[in-house]
Design a protein around this ligand. Structure first.
Ligand code: NAI
Ligand code: CS2
Length: 500
């Protein structure tokens, strides 16, 4: 391994084809604090912001923060905050070193320091990619979960919060006390109506702290909705080695992604924003339809491919797509079950969108693990599958692929795969889901499905009453037990039109 790291000094010696910050990084002010500086933020919002800083918008430097571990700080600090975004599609690679991140703070190490950073006068936007579970909400209802351990902790310890909500409300309280304006809070997570959801949980949390503060926050913040899209798998050591080979220096914080990037943002910012549209984002009045299309088609398909593919022994999404049965299944799912559930605007070419998704999923240059996407299913499935499902049940439409998906998820959270190997299920509700399996599986698949659909945090209280759904999932479980997921996938309608 090369001892020399990517850093400010190393920039001059990078290969010519690498794009790098050509502006004076020392002259950049902090306009954004970003909570959850994971792989996605670095390849998406920070990358968009980089284009605007390079164009002269020097007020929008980013201070990143982690609310969990110091891992990303440890990667970025020795690199002066620099990292590379590596776009890979079959056969082509483009590398850009991003300079937008000025510093990385680690909440658990020094909560006061992070609160102070968020309360700086120059900060006008606090953005978030904290994963779905970071909102501490009940996924079925979208309301704040007041029993969440982090929320209980933060209400008792407002000076040393753990949750993003605790930090945001704490920083806003400081700003109010100092006579500073509030800030725009920008969710960039894959949640339905993410702006509204964030606004709701923020208000519900602030109400618990102090009524007057809650009113001030309502008057002095906005929470615009966003649709964010770029596939960014977790970086592996093999990726870092390949990047080192290309750069000639080691970049521990590199992110690997696809060339595609989309960002649709509700234009509702309180105190200004970068002109991200000049870097390819779209500012619109209503994000919801873009969000619905993306969550149900892209993410819904991703989760279907992740659970069934994982159970069939496929490591990555591209491996799943290489199985003709799964490729047809996902095409069928999109065309027959998902698309009818969305009121697609006439100007939106939904067939081209689906074809593009198939192409993106087939990108073999990305090693997007099925296990990664399978994480946190309890937090993802309501917005990815259940809107489609409710629509089809109401309209007596097809539910075969979506019940197949649910049967695979149920199988997955049992923690044992088809070969009898254990599955490391990463989900905040993993134990509860496993308990449902262990308690009801001995009584048979029908009893198991009844108990499963009665799990309100995911399914609400309506789906358990659908006999049609119960029967369909039960039948799939019987078939999965007998034949395995790949053979079952082959039974789902081969007549889906080939889209590529
Ligand atoms: P990552 O694992 O690299 O980073 C996740 C970040 O969230 C870390 O900073 C972690 O500390 C933080 N986090 C985890 N649990 C938290 C909690 N309970 N409270 C506060 N912070 C918490 O993941 P990545 O790839 O950055 O994705 C993060 C989110 O971004 C996703 O969950 C999704 O909502 C969104 N996203 C990701 C895309 C991708 O392809 N990776 C694309 C589109 C959206
Ligand atoms: C994926 C998404 O991890 C997951 O659950 O479905 O993060 C996906 O990569 C992005 O939404 C693409 O924009």
């Amino acid at each position: 391994m090369n001892e020399q790291r990517l850093n400010q000094r190393a920039l001059d010696n990078l290969p010519n084809e690498v794009i790098k910050p050509a502006y004076n990084r020392a002259a950049i002010a902090t306009g954004i604090v970003h909570l959850g500086i994971g792989a996605f933020h670095r390849a998406h919002q920070a990358w968009f912001t980089e284009q605007r800083i390079a164009a002269g918008e020097h007020d929008w430097g980013i201070v990143g923060a982690s609310l969990r571990s110091g891992g990303v700080r440890d990667q970025l600090a020795p690199q002066d905050g620099l990292y590379s975004v590596v776009e890979q599609s079959n056969g082509e690679t483009k590398v850009q070193v991003v300079g937008a991140v000025r510093d990385v703070l680690v909440g658990p190490e020094d909560p006061q320091q992070l609160l102070a950073a968020m309360a700086q006068e120059s900060v006008r936007i606090v953005s978030l990619t904290i994963t779905e579970k970071g909102y501490c909400h009940d996924p079925a209802s979208g309301n704040l979960n007041l029993q969440h351990p982090d929320i209980i902790h933060d209400l008792q310890n407002p000076q040393s919060p753990k949750s993003a909500l605790g930090y945001i409300v704490g920083a806003l309280a400081l700003r109010k006390a100092r006579g500073l304006p509030g800030f725009t809070v920008l969710s960039c997570d894959n949640l339905p109506s993410n702006g509204k959801l964030l606004g709701r949980v923020l208000a519900q949390y602030a109400e618990q702290v102090d009524r007057e503060l809650a009113q001030w926050i309502a008057d002095n913040t906005t929470t615009p909705a966003t649709m964010v899209d770029r596939i960014v798998p977790a970086t592996t050591d093999a990726d870092r080695d390949a990047v080192e080979h290309r750069l000639g220096v080691r970049d521990e914080a590199a992110v690997i992604t696809e060339p595609f990037a989309q960002w649709v943002v509700e234009d509702n910012f309180l105190h200004g924003r970068p002109d991200w549209d000049k870097a390819g984002a779209m500012f619109v009045d209503d994000v919801e339809i873009y969000e619905l299309i993306k969550l149900r088609l892209l993410n819904g398909s991703h989760s279907l491919l992740a659970y069934s593919g994982y159970l069939a022994g496929c490591e990555t999404v591209a491996d799943v797509m290489a199985q003709p049965a799964f490729k047809k299944l996902v095409q069928y799912f999109m065309q027959q079950e998902v698309v009818p559930s969305i009121a697609v605007p006439p100007t939106f070419d939904i067939a081209a969108y689906q074809a593009q998704l198939i192409h993106r999923f087939e990108n073999r240059a990305l090693h997007h693990r099925t296990w990664q996407i399978a994480m946190d299913g309890s937090q993802k499935i309501p917005q990815r599958w259940l809107g489609t499902l409710r629509y089809q049940l109401k309209n007596s439409g097809p539910i075969e692929a979506i019940s197949f998906a649910l049967a695979n998820w149920l199988r997955y959270v049992s923690t044992v795969d088809e070969q009898g190997n254990s599955i490391e299920v990463s989900d905040p509700l993993a134990q509860k889901l496993k308990m449902i399996w262990d308690t009801h599986k001995p009584a048979g698949n029908a009893a198991l499905v009844t108990a499963f659909l009665g799990f309100a945090p995911v399914f609400g209280d309506d789906l358990q009453h659908s006999e049609r759904l119960q029967k369909s999932i039960t039948q799939w479980l019987e078939k999965l037990d007998a034949a395995g997921t790949l053979a079952c996938a082959q039974q789902i309608h081969p007549e889906a039109v080939t889209l590529t």
